[in-house]
Each structure stands twice: as structure tokens, then as C-alpha cells.
Write a protein that binds this ligand. Sequence first.
Ligand SMILES: [Zn+2]
Length: 229
Amino acid sequence: MYHSVGDCADDPYRVTVAPDRLDAQLGWLRRRGLRGVGVAELLAARARGGGRDLVGLTFDDGYADFVEHALPCLRRWGCGATLFVLPGRLGGENAWDPLGPRKPLLSADGIRRAAAEGVEIGSHGLTHVDLTTADDATLTAETTGSRTLLAELTGGAVTGFCYPYGTVDARAADAVRAAGYGYACAIDPGPLTGPYALPRVHVGQNDTPVRLLLKTRLHRLRRRAAAGV
Ligand SMILES: [Zn+2]
């Protein structure tokens, strides 16, 4: 689970990795015989009984720096990824993070550029609200509404959803399924773990090869496996 790729000098939420760090992390994956892909591609491979050499890479929020810094790096290492964007904040900024530096978000053109390079575009909701505290109308707008907007924007079906803040409950997961998505990413969904609450691991600027190896090993202990995935 990545977010922003750029200058990480002022990064209170630990959402940023420097481009050279991302480059080193993807190189580490490749040297271990692994390859980063979008989550839809990973799940399709797993459904066919394969995918053991694949790692799902996700970039949340749709920061503008994805096109400038992450795309060239992904291209260099032959990796894919899923980019979870906010169609209610196109060309806006990360106003939901009050303490951190303002970071610009991709415009519609930027999202199309990423899609044209093979990046899977998924929804992060409309505006980055916690779905577990949203009223019914907001929940529908954030799930169904964002999927409709993204399908218009990209010209293709949108299968992936990612819960803002990683927070999910049964009601939010049901809304995501009812909206027509095929899967959804959480962070540490506990008993809800499954195709509509996939666990992920934060990868940050401090993650050197040694730490990545430890995280890979610890993941099996920290998160329950998603049955049927
Ligand atoms: Zn987010």
C-alpha cells in the first residue's frame, strides 16, 4: 500500500516514498522473482490457481505525483499497479489530512494518462470520507456514484474499490458489493477479511530490503488470509 511518491521531508502521515526508494523496492521485488501488478490482475491470476509470483501494488488517493514519479518507475521494472482515485476531487488536493502538506491530486487527464499506460483505475470513493460513519445517501454516492463517474472518465468498467482510511464494516462492504465492484481493499479488516475487505501492508520510505523481507514474513502473522482469494 503506497500513497504519494515524491519529496518526503515533510510527511507527518507517512504517506510518501521518494522515487529512488520506490525504485529500490520494485528492484528488490524483481530480484526475488516477484512482479508488481494491479489487484484485479492479481485476483484473476489467483482464481486460475496461479499468481504466486505476483504482488498487488496499490497507490491510494490519486496524487498528481503518481504520473511524474511512480509511472516511470513502474515502467522501468515492468510492473503494474492499481491507482485508487477520488472522482469528487479531480485536480483538487488532500484536504482531508489537516496536518500534512497540501498535495495536488490528479486531474481527469492525469488519470486517463495512467490508465493508458495500463494502470488499473479503482475508486477511493468520491471525496475521502469514512464510510463507516456515512449516512445512507452519502454511502451510495461514494460507492455507486464514484463508480459511475470513473467509468465515464476512463471509458471502462471499474472493478476495484478502496475504503478511505482503510475503515470498513459489514454495511460499507455490502454497499461496495451492491455498487457492482468485484473487490475492495482495506488495511487490517480482521473478521471481515475477504474479497470485499482485502488486507494490505503499508510500505514507506523506511522500508529497506531487510524491512521488506521482515514485513513479508510478518504479514502472515499480522493479517488473516482472505479465504477464496
Ligand atoms: Zn486515502
